[in-house]
Design a protein around this ligand. Structure first.
Ligand code: C2O
Ligand code: CU
Ligand code: CU
Length: 504
């Protein structure tokens, strides 16, 4: 994606160039499934700690901060309707190894540098277990959260959410998968077991010695930069991995866990992905997608059938270069799995179900020479009083009015929602006259966006409308841009689900 303007970055040290590495020499790692502790079947403990891991055969081990001892961390396997609890002990060393900007809200000097708090993205949980950004804790401390899993099968993910340093903690490696399964999905006979492969995509910059690099601005006291993107794409923690596959159907569960990079994925044999699910679970029916666009925070569940490619190698491309190789075995196999024509019905909301529409701007603030200083939601900073207070059990339309040149992936905690439409705006009318003037007709969401979502690409210079029902829990949650540099610099706001009044 294009940035209109970036604050000038300080010159970077020599970088690792993935184009100079031998491609496809490491097998794709599959993150281990987390095991419950002791005799209690539904209790887990996942420490947050420093470790070193190999990102490529020919690169020395890289320091990471993450969950357990791998990036991504161990995968949580949960069943719909069966609650679990997870203890998340912070065992990090005291000093951060990436550049903290103490000017940012919640990142003031004097706080423990290696503070953290875990959020399960896409989980419907009570506020006390959601990972409120200010509920971080330092090394030597711990928190135990309860996850009810009262929701449909979906690929969720867990990651750090510490106020003001979230971008650094996630760059350091703090992310993992959280899969919820249910009986309905089981009945579809989709590819499973060794034929279901998670792909966690995260781009990074590395120094020539293989260590993580996070750039800084030219201002020593204000090192924040507006976006972190790197030339090296890790897939399940490896650069340019390969995967041996059989000529049959596979289910790939793709997560974009990058700080700021949008991926545009395709297969070099021209074969489309059959997309069967998005953020919050199954689509009504498979959608053939030849270029899969996926923004930070979003997930895509796809089926690929390799049956016709016996003995061939197929590249997974992120426009324009290859990031992974599939090697299809040279023998025919039986494939008992299915790609059903219909998946899970999704009842579409009608606009009339909403009791109100909130118009919320996405804004970028620049200094006098056009460098971004902060990004705001509806013109408000994090610490201002809560302005969005939906009533439990009601449905609302949130119209995201993006006045910037960037597409922002906007995520709401607690809820799942549907995308209504997008429509171009006369941005200057909004910015200078606070008037909403549309340009042209509204266009409907893409076919692969017509399921349940928790993160939506709010298109540059456009209105994006979502329709949301606020269910199950009251209390404080957050909504934010999932470009982590924006989130850390004021593009995050609290909201509060309030109880209905019973006074009449
Ligand atoms: Cu992916 Cu507020 O989170
Ligand atoms: Cu979330
Ligand atoms: Cu943003």
């Amino acid at each position: 994606m294009q940035m209109a303007h970036m604050p000038p970055m300080a010159p970077a040290p020599p970088q690792l160039d993935p184009a100079k590495l031998a491609p496809f020499v490491d097998p794709l790692p599959i993150p281990k499934v987390a095991k419950p502790i002791g005799t209690r079947p539904n209790a887990y403990r996942i420490p947050i700690q420093e470790f070193h891991a190999k990102i490529h055969r020919d690169v020395a081990p890289t320091r990471f901060w993450g969950y357990g001892n791998s990036v991504p961390g161990p995968t949580i396997e949960a069943r719909s309707g069966e609650a679990i609890s997870i203890e998340w002990p912070n065992r990090l060393p005291p000093k951060h190894f990436l550049p903290i900007d103490h000017n940012l809200m919640g990142a003031e000097k004097g706080l423990p540098e290696s503070r953290t708090v875990v959020h399960v993205h896409g989980a419907r949980v009570p506020p006390a277990s959601d990972g409120w950004p200010e509920s971080w804790y330092g090394p030597g401390k711990s928190a135990t959260y309860r996850y009810p899993n009262e929701q449909e099968a979906a690929l969720l993910w867990y990651h750090d959410h510490a106020m003001g340093i979230n971008r650094l903690n996630m760059c350091a490696g703090m992310a993992g998968l959280y899969v919820i399964r249910d009986a309905f999905e089981d009945s579809l006979n989709l590819p499973k077991g060794e034929y279901e492969i998670p792909l966690v995509l995260m781009d990074r910059m590395f120094r020539a010695d293989g260590q993580l690099y996070y750039p800084v601005s030219q201002l020593p006291d204000a090192p924040w930069v507006a976006e972190y993107t790197g030339n090296a794409v890790l897939i399940n923690g490896k650069l340019l991995p390969y995967l041996n596959v059989q000529p049959r159907k596979y289910r790939l569960r793709i997560l974009n866990a990058s700080n700021a990079r949008f991926f545009f994925l395709s297969l070099d044999n021209g074969q489309p992905f059959q997309q069967i699910g998005s953020d919050q679970g199954l689509l009504p029916a498979p959608v053939a997608v030849s270029r899969l666009d996926i923004a930070p925070g979003e997930r895509a569940d796809v089926v690929i059938d390799f049956a016709e490619y016996v003995g061939k190698n197929i590249l997974l491309n992120n426009v324009p270069s290859a990031i992974m190789q599939f090697r299809v075995a040279n023998e025919k196999v039986a494939d008992p799995s299915a790609l059903p024509q219909t998946l899970r019905p999704v009842r579409r909301f009608t606009e009339s179900e909403a009791i109100l529409t909130r118009r919320l701007t996405l804004e970028e603030f620049d200094n006098l020479i056009g460098e971004p200083i902060a990004h705001l939601l509806d013109g408000k900073h994090w610490h201002e009083p809560i302005s969005e207070k939906p009533v439990l059990g009601t449905t609302e339309i949130w119209e995201l009015l993006n006045t910037t040149d960037d597409t922002h992936p906007i995520h709401l905690h607690l809820v799942r929602f549907q995308i209504l439409d997008r429509r171009l705006l006369e941005v200057s009318d909004l910015v200078y006259n606070e008037k909403v003037v549309y340009r042209g007709e509204a266009f409907p969401p893409e076919p692969n966006e017509r399921g349940w979502k928790d993160t939506v690409r709010a298109t540059a210079g456009a209105s994006t409308r979502i329709i949301v029902k606020f269910e199950r829990y009251t209390g404080r949650y957050v909504w934010h841009c999932h470009i982590l540099e924006h989130e850390d610099n004021e593009m995050m706001r609290p909201y509060e689900v309030i109880a209905p009044r019973h006074d009449k």
